[in-house]
Write a protein that binds this ligand. Structure first.
Ligand code: FMN
Ligand code: SF4
Length: 426
């Protein structure tokens, strides 16, 4: 099984220096691009590979790039941004790539920038990722020293400046247009669309934003071709995928596996199954803002379409396990406390609905809830549906809640009838 994204990563060790990275084939894809491919040819390879964004929504990467106007008449400067803000609870896949193989990301960012003829590029990094900041920063310095960044890269005539920007540390800063605000030094509030980022993004200029894992794939697609990339997968979505598991499993962690690997294999074979004394009750398959699935769904392949069919989303591929000793009401309350704190306050359903849901969940969890609260919670979920808000924070925030009301309704009702959490002693 090939693992292109993680093959250079040695857990517990410093990442490869630029010389070691080059010895292992690094920056060959960049040379290939700059020595003989046009931006449109690079875009075509990526489109043909079927690469879909790994930041959550699964949008076609090549299609996104193709929206940028190329040539002498294009508005400038153009920006290529890497979203390394990774603050979704239960998601820690990009951290592995940032800390473990920063040159892979730098190489991918330069190729992606060339494909849209960007002048400037930023890696927008989660504030808490200090080790990643140090390692990515070192990789950028080395890449400048070797002529992979800056003026006239490898004598091709292409110029690119790449900066590392440390986020101000809110979940909203990871949302596309919230990230633009944060980079501009403003409070992160999503912008209404249109205009779309490819015509008016950061500082009002043409911009493309991609996730770390998305961009880490790009050098491998260029080096090995679209058909090779498609062949890595077990499903119709191409490539490999970084999947992670956290919760009461024996070996929590993150693994690179073929896209479309079934959940059971990830949880049982990779994460070692449940710890002694714990039973699996449910799971959030793609991070904290996806719908719960149950044991009966474990044989579903983890790809974009199969997860939708099962009633959830692939999201980030970060599986969060709900075990039988953890209260689903308490778990959803905990997540809602996070999402309501992180709301930017721009739209009413999110600004008012999420704290209201948090209060109702707290009341139910601590024994003072009423049966009518369940209707109020369902109402808040409907109010926060996609299309009612400027960004996807609120629709994502209610996904665990709406599915918990469906699958664990008895737990909610027992809290209300017994005036306490059934899992709490006394
Ligand atoms: C509240 C919120 C937070 C987000 N945080 C991140 C993040 O930390 N990293 C990320 O790649 N995408 C995040 N996204 C998704 C981005 O808006 C965007 O879709 C993504 O970076 C595009 O990259 P991709 O096409 O490569 O997936 C977030 C979205 C929302 C609504
Ligand atoms: S959904 Fe929430 S976070 Fe997103 S724009 Fe509206 S208030 Fe802000």
């Amino acid at each position: 099984m090939e693992t292109p994204l993680t093959r250079n990563i040695l857990p517990g060790s410093e990442p490869f220096s630029i010389d070691d990275y080059e010895r292992r084939g690094g920056y060959k894809a960049l040379r290939k691009v700059l020595e003989g491919m046009s931006p449109l040819e690079v875009q075509k390879e990526v489109t043909d590979s079927g690469l879909r964004g790994r930041g959550g929504a699964g949008f076609s990467t090549g299609t996104k790039w193709s929206g940028v106007h190329l040539g002498a008449g294009a508005r400038r400067p153009k920006y290529f941004l890497v979203n390394a803000d990774e603050m979704e609870p239960g998601t820690f896949k990009d951290r592995l790539l940032l800390e473990g193989d920063p040159h892979q990301l730098v190489e991918g960012a330069v190729i992606a920038s060339y494909a849209i003829e960007a002048d400037l590029s930023y890696i927008f990094l989660r504030w808490d990722y200090k080790l990643a900041a140090r390692r990515v920063s070192k990789a950028i310095t080395e890449a400048y020293q070797k002529g992979f960044l800056g003026k006239n890269i490898l004598g091709s005539g292409y110029n690119l400046e790449l900066y590392l920007h440390e986020s101000s540390g809110r979940y909203m800063c990871g949302e596309e247009s919230g990230l633009f605000d944060a980079l501009e030094g403003k409070r992160a509030i999503p912008r209404s669309k249109p205009p779309y980022a490819v015509t008016s993004g950061v500082w009002g200029k043409p911009t493309v934003l991609n996730n770390v894992e998305t961009i880490a794939n790009v050098p491998h697609i260029i080096a090995n071709g679209p058909d090779w990339f498609k062949g890595l997968s077990k499903s119709k979505d191409s490539g490999t995928k970084l999947y992670s598991v956290c919760g009461k499993v024996k070996i929590p962690g993150v693994w690179e596996l073929p896209m479309g690997t079934v959940m059971r294999e990830i949880i049982e074979d990779r994460a070692g199954g449940m710890q002694e004394g714990f039973r699996l009750r449910g799971l959030l398959p793609g991070g904290a803002s996806t719908d719960f699935l149950l044991e009966e769904h474990l044989d579903a392949p983890m790809d974009f379409d199969s997860m939708m069919k099962a009633g959830s989303r692939l999201g980030t591929g970060g599986i969060i396990i709900l075990d039988d000793k953890t209260c689903p009401v308490g778990m959803v309350h905990n997540l809602m406390a996070f999402f309501s704190r992180e709301s930017c306050g721009w739209c009413t359903p999110c600004r008012d609905g999420l704290p209201w849901a948090e209060k109702l969940l707290e009341a139910i969890e601590t024994g003072s809830g009423k049966m009518s609260d369940l209707d109020h919670l369902a109402h808040i979920c409907r109010m926060c549906a996609p299309g009612h808000t400027f960004c996807m924070l609120a629709p994502g925030a209610v996904e665990p809640l709406q599915s918990a009301l469906k699958y664990f309704r008895e737990d909610f009702e027992r809290h209300i009838v017994e005036h306490k959490c059934p899992l709490k002693k006394g």
